[in-house]
Ligand binder design. Structure first.
Ligand code: FAD
Length: 301
């Protein structure tokens, strides 16, 4: 059977795309190998009606809801490759099955490369986070650090200061702040630590202190870091989808990529704030885009 749409990636973006497609009576197959970047955390915040939910629970509620729509099929497996052949997308799954679809939605998200700091992986998602809007509330009023060598670090420090008055900025010996910027932070009560970090110290994911190479240490209960973002899948590259300066997939307002019939939504776009609710909204828009394209094709003659 030829599907109307294959959705690759079943995080909030792909799940919401499949929901809108199912409700539009489009024959849809949704693939997900369940390796989202938020797997490190057990609570997601800021999604109305679901504030604080375990992201895996969010996923299973969404999958259950999709069960109501007979045109949606969920394949809990990895997609190895997609090829465009004679106007159709041939999707090859890990178990050897091949699916044909008229349209394709890419919602594969991105992966994070954590900074090279000893034990950082133990703390990420538990007391160190990347997005203050997602996790700042839980860390409010505590002694926190922004640890970043990234060019956007200064912006993150200013944003993070909204949640605590006890904030430091650790540049790990790399970021270059001008004297004016350093003064501006210090005038706002934010000390800058330019020394290289030797290690992060704590227990069961809860940060206790940051030790510097000199042997000095400062007590901190958590904070924010800036992981590097890379595409989780190379399917978009193999299809020839254009990327933006950040490495995200370029789309128009209907989530169409430059490749005819290929749509993209969610974190994969790297188009600004990365949040569950935004990914879900993006998925909805991509499904509307797919519908619009299929409707145009139907009424062409
Ligand atoms: C530590 C941490 C905490 C966060 N906290 C919050 C929060 O509190 N609130 C909030 O709103 N946001 C939070 N986020 C951000 C949020 O998780 C993302 O914005 C959101 O998950 C993006 O959704 P997505 O559907 O685009 O991608 P993802 O959720 O990453 O889903 C992509 C899916 O595609 C699958 N996939 C990839 N390639 C393939 C393939 N080839 N075949 C099959 N499947 C594939 C992946 O396994 C994954 O399941 C947090 C992120 C992190 C890292």
């Amino acid at each position: 059977m030829i599907m109307d749409c294959a959705v690759i990636g079943g995080g909030p973006a792909g799940l919401n795309a499949a929901l809108v497609l199912g409700r539009s009576r489009r024959k849809t197959v949704l693939f997900d190998d369940n390796k989202p970047r938020n797997a490190v955390t057990s609570e997601s915040h800021g999604f109305i009606t679901r504030d604080g939910i375990d992201p895996q629970e969010l996923k299973s509620i969404a999958q259950e809801e999709l069960g109501k729509y007979p045109d949606v099929k969920i394949e809990k497996q990895h997609v190895l490759a997609v090829e465009k052949k004679e106007g159709l997308f041939e999707v090859r799954a890990a178990d050897g099955k091949v699916f044909l679809a008229k349209k394709l939605i890419l919602a594969t998200g991105f992966k994070e490369v954590l900074p090279d700091l000893e034990r950082v992986g133990e703390f990420y998602g538990k007391s160190l986070f990347s997005c203050p809007f997602c996790d700042g509330w839980e860390m409010r009023d505590r002694p926190l650090a922004v640890i970043s060598e990234n060019e956007n670090a200064l912006h993150l420090v200013k944003v993070a200061s909204n949640w605590t008055d006890d904030l430091i900025f650790c540049t790990n010996g790399k970021a270059s702040l001008s004297a004016d910027e350093k003064n501006m932070l210090e005038n706002n009560g934010i000390q800058v630590y330019a020394e290289k970090i030797a290690r992060l110290v704590g227990n069961l994911g809860v940060l206790e202190k940051i030790e510097f190479e000199s042997g000095a240490a400062i007590r901190r209960e958590g904070g924010f870091i800036t992981p590097e973002w890379v595409q989780a899948s190379d399917i978009s590259a193999a299809l020839g989808c254009k990327r933006n300066a950040l490495g995200g997939i370029e789309t128009d307002g209907m989530k169409r990529t430059n490749v005819e019939g290929v749509f993209a939504c969610g974190d994969i776009l790297m188009a600004g704030a990365s949040q569950l609710i935004m990914a879900a909204a993006d998925g909805s828009m991509a499904a509307i885009g797919v519908n619009a394209a299929l409707i145009e094709e139907k009424f062409k003659i």
